[in-house]
Each structure stands twice: as structure tokens, then as C-alpha cells.
Design a protein. Sequence first.
Length: 42
Amino acid sequence: MFNRLKRWRAVATRFDKLQLRYETTVTIAAIDDWVTAIVKAA
């Protein structure tokens, strides 16, 4: 899972210094990955 999230530069480099923003970025990246997988499966 983490390797797929590394496509997002902000996740791979921990660009955001605030913990809440970083967690939100990881959540958005995971949702994007999940939706992409659903669309590809359909």
C-alpha cells in the first residue's frame, strides 16, 4: 500500500510539516487509490 501512496510527492517526501495535514494527504491519496482500483475493476 505504501508504495502506491509514494506516487504522491507530498506523501513520499513528507512535504507537510503539520501532522494533521500529512494525515489528511495520506487519507486523500488512499481514497484516490481506492477509487481508481474500483474504476479499473468495473
